[in-house]
Design a protein around this ligand. Sequence first.
Ligand code: HEC
Length: 405
Amino acid sequence: MKPQLIATAAALLMAMPAAAQTGCRDFFASGAPRWEEPQDTIAALIEPDCYAWQLFVALNWPAVVDQKAPDSTKEFGDEGRVVWETWRNVRNGAPDTVFKMDGSDPGDWLDGVVPDTRLFSEFDDQTLQQIVASQGVFASIDDIAAEFFVNETRMSKASYEFTRANELYNIEGQLALFAAGTEKIDFPLEAKEVKAQWRVIEEADKPRYHWTNVTRLDGTTAIYGLTALHITTKDIPNWFWATFEHIDNRTPAAPTAENPNGAEGWLLPSIDRFACPTAPHDCEAPPSVGFETTKWANYVLRGTQIDFVDGRGNPTLLANSQPEQGFQETSSCITCHALATVGAGGDRLPFFATLPPASRQPVGQVGAPNPDWFRAPGAGDGNEGTLHYTQLDFVWSLMRAQSKQ
Ligand code: HEC
């Protein structure tokens, strides 16, 4: 190397600030604001478990509800709606829905603000997968079960703006993509989505849960505690997948009159290399980053997923015992979500490998997607290779789109 080059390199090195933030661990060690929405592809790839916690803290930060923004004057763990609870709801009947019943434009991001008190119309009785799965192992979904667990799915601003700009909020907009021969769509790097599950808790449980009062259909009010939180972000091309559960889910629970499905407990190991630095990383405790005395310390990162297979080609698995109850051991977030599609007439690929015959467990697809899923079937029928489904960039809730009236 020429002397002046060495000098330049040395000068460059010296110019770098000694305490430059270099990753997710440093983020937690630094005093950087924890409520800012994270955007860090390198952390998602290299430190996925730490990044999952960075997202968890920012998205669960108390919110300024009508701004759909974090309230920087509040502490992590304060009561009230958190940031993701202000994002746009995918439920058709919700006041702030993305997918209106008449397929019309759902309006500006800040439209359709929901009040501080939660309404029952913001929630789903069951996840779509559980409804399909209920043909098999699950008890019939009666009203009591339906009100014991509730679900909700919400889109961040970037996800919402993309959905709106491309008219993905109605079936006609999605079919236009298919008609144009679009193989796949691409949400922007900033896109994020969450899916949450809540269940009825007792007054005495409140300090250990993120909870909310919900007015039910019969007018009575019940306390619901957050039991499960799925987070996905477009930081990487096939999305970054993380799932959190309340520690109370760990132990199986027998069915009761109020909850006829009972609880399976955790059937896959928890892996959190950030909170549990020692192999096998299954301490099931919160990371030591300062919120150990808050309600959020009762939530466990069950794991993250950034690829279909590991380095040896084994399918990667990840499940949350709540939304993935009944098929935890064949659950791969990234594979099932790769099936989110639209085809001719609004046809879509199914969630499960085979529909569960009565009395058998539903089977999730795992491992890498098969290109044949997306092409027209039938050898020798002249359709080989033609497009059968447009892939909707892993976003299943787009199937909620209604027809334009
Ligand atoms: C067997 C299929 C299947 C598996 C496995 C699965 N999901 Fe989903 N997921 C769905 C469906 C279907 C929806 C749409 C739910 C709705 O709109 O009610 C969904 C919705 C979501 C959403 C809301 C955004 C969207 O796509 O609409 C997130 C976030 C999410 N899932 C994360 C996860 C994570 C994290 C895992 C793994 C721990 C996972 N999912 C496993 C089928 C699956």
